[in-house]
Structures are given as C-alpha cells and as structure tokens.
Write a protein that binds this ligand. Structure first.
Ligand code: BGC
Length: 553
C-alpha cells in the first residue's frame, strides 16, 4: 500500500463526509480519453495529464471506468485481476500518481468495481471450473442440467442467448448475465463476499474516494433457480436493453433483484465507512429500477446513491416526463438518493438520441444541475459530441455485433475524446489508428476550439456546474412543489432559508407562466432576460430560469 497517498487522502476526506450528496461526477472512459504512450488506446497517464481540464469544469469527482487487468472481451468490465492495472492502461504507480494529482486539484476519485462477475480468465474461475471439489468450486454459480439436458432455468443473458453455458469439465452449467466469458460470482458463498470486500479495501487503502458499483442488482440470484415469468408486451420498455433484445421479454424476478444483495451492501458500506468514501450503485431494471434504487439507498447503511436509467432512455424527456420521474423517485426513494445522467459509455449520446438543438443541450445541462440527486457527466457531452456512426467493420462491442443492425452497440458513444481540431485524431493519440476511429464531425468540437469560442457548450457546462456549487439548495436541498405548465417544468429547491424557484421550458416555443405570490428576482437565466412584470413570466423556447425571493439568499 502507498501509505503517503492513503494518509493524505484520509485528511482530505475527513473534511466533508457528505461530499457525495449532490456531487457532480465526470465519467472517464479510459480507453478513449487520452492516449499517452501512443498505442492508440487511452491510459492512466493520459488521464492524469488531462485532469486539470476536468477540474476546470468545476466537478467534484471523477468516475473512471475499469482499468483493471482484463482480456477486454467487454472492454474492462471483465476483470481477471481486481488488484492490478492492465498493462495497456499503465501500472499501479501510474494509478497512485493519478490519485495524487486528482486530490491536489480538489477532485475525488471513484473507480468502477465490477463485482457481480469476473472474467473467465480470473484465477478464481479457472480453479472453480477445474472440478466440483476444489476450494473455489462454489465461487461461481454452477448448476446441473435439467433431466433433458437443457439449462437449469430460462434466464437470459443481456448480451444475447441463454444466461447458462455448459462446461464440459464439470459437466454443469455456469451462469453469466452478460458474455459467456463473464461468469457470475456466487454471492451466496460467504468467502466470495469476503474476497470482494478485500478488493474494495485494497483500493480504499490506495486512496480512492468511492466506487461506482457495476450492475449492483445482479449480485445475487435466486438460490432455487426459479424461472422468470414472461413479461406482457404492454409492460416492456427498453431502458436497459434495446427493444430487439429478448431479455426485455421477461420479468426479472429471479435472476437478479434478490433481497440477499442488501446484506452484502451493508458489509460494503461498513468497509467504506472509515474512509468516508461513497458507493454509487448501478441499478439496471427496466420495470422496477427506481423502487430498487429506493431499497438500496434507504437509511445510512447501504449504498449512498444509485445510478438511475430513467434519463438515459430513448425518448426525449418533456416537462411531464421529468416531473413524473422526479415524483416517482420521491415516492419510492424518499429516504434515498439518486444519481442522474443523460449519457454514458452504454447508451447513444443524448445530443443524438434526443435530436437536441444546441439550446436544448444547454437547457438540459442546467436542468441536470438543478435536479435533486447527484449527477454524472459523460466525457465529451460538455462539447456537445454526437453519436459517432461506426462502420460494421470497425465495430468492437460484442453487444453491437450480436444485435446489428437493429442495435449497433455501444461503440458510437465510446469513440475518442477530441482535444485539438488540427490533429487528425483530435489530439487523442499519436498512433495512426486509434482503437475506435475519431469521428470526423467531432473535430470541430475539440476542447481547444471550444475554449476559444464564447458560445461553445463547454462554457455553459462550467456555468451550470458553478450555479449548483454556489447554491447549497441545488446540491443538497429538497425538491418541492413540482408543476408542469405546458412545456414548462417548475419546482422549488430549498435548504435552510434558501428557496430557489427553478423553471425550464423543455419545448421550442415561448410559454407564459404565472409566478408564485411575492416578489422574485433572477439568479440565473439562459438566455439572459429581464423581468418586466411580477405576476407572469414568458420563457422562450429552451429557456431556463432560476429565481429567488427578493432579498433572499
Ligand atoms: C456496464 C457495461 C457492461 C456491463 C457488464 C454495465 O452495466 O456499464 O458497460 O458491459 O455492466 O459488466
């Protein structure tokens, strides 16, 4: 363990144990952020080099997608050594330097722990599959075939096909909710839980401030291996898997969302307690996502917050939809905490997904900073990057290759970050060929170009983040009096004596709304406006407005 990092980190964290509540977290996808060694793939030194840029956005933390040793079948979400850095990304010393630089810049570091499954190349699985009697025989989910030889249950893999694969050595099936090469760890086995808690401690001792917990609701499966019931067509939605995926045609009662997960979360929370770190769980469930978020974040002994999929979905949210989601989360997670995002490394970039004009992207950025919950920004969304069109021959994502062409996979949101317009690879790499092509249409949006353009979205992101930081009510306050007037969404954020009235026109035509009684003054308006009357106000299309009572904080 690098004690100097760990010790300085503890002092740093001791300052605000509640830092995660309302934090703005910048997601870095390491393969595509910055290549430092010229091999066409991003790496940890590249990230460290670009941290001053991330800090300049005003965010509180970074979440770094997996950089652990991995055969990269799912680009790092298939870990073969939880305690080391894949050589393609660098070394543990590079990671320590990254943490130190981040902390020096005032940024917390959250890393992505993929505990639900490992790679099939992890020594634990290699041992587990050797025979039925070894010390780790029960570390993964093994089950006999049904009498007719078919898999033990009807569970499906999100990435296509059955969730069970036959292993000819053990003459048993093993479970994998994702790729065949991502066997599911058996959380019913106490030794597995202990080993995973040790992994968490290993990184906490190295100075990390928290974890994004991959697929947290997949940790435990039904020990009786009961079949999932079918889901009627009218109940299906595609927030976590594309509509063409049969995974969407089952109700996932037994393969995930099992109550035993809570026991493990309690242990993880108590392990992270002395470090003042934060747990951000990813909850993927198209039907019950918010309810599960409520369950997993209730009280103060489970996850601190959970990552919600509701604003990652296909349809552009209008005022009514945002209100519905916020009211829903208030109902089912009154005692919990959500983390919102519009884009990430798994979904089509929202500028494209929602066909947003630049004003729409601005409005949504401000809205994200005014919602109750923490917020994740995915690298490049601050530049307005659109989904890249990756040709079939360049595809890397096995998920896209499986469901092409109805679903093109996740490569279009994972193409490299663009730093400089003058360089053919956007300053991402000196290699002739990056692992995924840089989208030519992204070059004009490179950071360097945006910095020099006062109208660039980048400056608006900084503005919106600064607004949140300047007003505790936006980061940590209550959200009350939600109302929808046509295309205008309004709510109050309150904390102590601070009362902010937030109004957003999520449509492209002007809309007049009545203001609450009293005198209100403008805290922030984008585009700028002046008040002409005290009773009503007309918001232009895609205009946002944050107000406070005259003379208020
Ligand atoms: C990650 C994906 C990954 C999957 C399996 C997720 O939800 O975000 O990128 O493929 O878990 O680990």
């Amino acid at each position: 363990m690098n004690t100097s990092v760990a010790n300085s980190d503890m002092t740093h964290l001791a300052k605000d144990a509640d830092w995660w509540r309302g934090a703005v977290i910048y997601q870095i996808y390491p393969r595509s952020f910055q290549d430092d060694n010229g091999d066409g793939i991003g790496d940890l030194r590249g990230i460290t080099r670009r941290l001053p840029y991330v800090a300049s956005l005003g965010v509180d933390a970074v979440w770094i997608s997996p950089f652990f040793t991995s055969p990269m079948k799912d680009f790092g979400y298939d870990v073969s050594d939880y305690r080391d850095v894949d050589p393609m990304f660098g070394t543990l010393a590079d990671f320590d330097a990254l943490v130190q630089t981040a902390h020096g810049l005032g940024l917390k570091v959250m890393i992505d722990l993929v505990l639900s499954h490992s790679s099939d190349q992890h020594p634990w699985f290699v041992e587990s599959r050797a025979d039925r009697d070894n010390a780790r025989a029960n570390w993964y989910v093994w089950a006999d075939a049904k009498p007719d030889g078919s898999p033990p249950s009807n569970w499906l893999s999100i990435f296509g096909g059955s969730a069970w694969t036959w292993d000819a050595r053990r003459c048993q099936y093993y479970l994998h909710n994702f790729l065949v090469s991502q066997p599911d760890l058996n959380f019913h086995e106490p030794a597995v839980q202990e080993a995973l808690l040790d992994v968490a401690r290993f990184w906490l001792d190295r100075g990390v401030d928290g974890f994004r917990l991959d697929t947290i609701n997949f940790y435990t499966h039904d020990a009786l291996l009961r079949d999932n019931p079918p889901l009627p067509p009218e109940a299906r939605n595609a927030t976590i898997a594309p509509a063409v995926n049969p995974y969407n045609h089952q109700e996932h009662l037994y393969d995930k969302n099992r109550p035993e997960t809570l026991g493990f979360l309690r242990k993880l929370r108590s392990a992270i307690g002395p470090y003042n770190g934060a747990l951000l769980g990813e909850v993927g469930d198209a039907q019950r996502g918010l309810e599960i978020l409520g369950e997993y974040t209730a009280g103060d002994d489970l996850a601190h917050m959970c990552y919600a999929f509701e604003l990652l979905s296909g349809d552009r949210p209008d005022a009514a939809r945002v209100a519905e989601v916020m009211n829903h989360v208030a109902r089912v997670a009154a005692d919990g905490w959500a983390c919102w995002a519009y884009s990430n490394h798994d979904v089509k970039r929202h500028a494209t997904r929602w066909s947003l004009p630049p004003e729409g992207q601005r409005l949504l950025a401000t809205l994200l900073m005014c919602l109750r919950g923490s917020a994740c920004i995915y690298q490049g969304e601050e530049l307005g990057l659109t989904e890249a069109d990756v040709a079939f021959d360049d595809l890397q994502d096995p998920y896209g290759i499986e469901f092409w062409p109805e679903f093109k996979g996740r490569d279009g949101c994972r193409t490299p970050m663009v730093w400089e317009a003058s360089n053919q690879n956007g300053g991402f790499t000196t290699a002739a060929r990056p692992w995924l092509p840089v989208a030519p249409e992204h070059l004009g949006r490179a950071v360097e170009t945006a910095e020099a353009d006062d109208d660039a979205l980048l400056h608006h992101y900084r503005h919106a983040i600064a607004l949140r930081r300047a007003h505790p009510a936006l980061a940590k306050g209550t959200m009350e009096d939600m109302r929808v007037d046509g295309s205008v969404l309004r709510f109050h954020r309150r904390i102590g004596d601070q009362d902010l009235l937030c109004l957003f026109n999520l449509g492209n035509t002007p809309q007049t709304v009545t203001l609450p009684a009293g005198a209100w003054s403008i805290v922030d308006a984008v585009p700028e406006m002046t008040l002409t009357t005290t009773k009503t106000i007309t918001l232009d299309g895609w205009q946002s407005l944050v107000m406070k009572p005259e003379g208020g904080e």
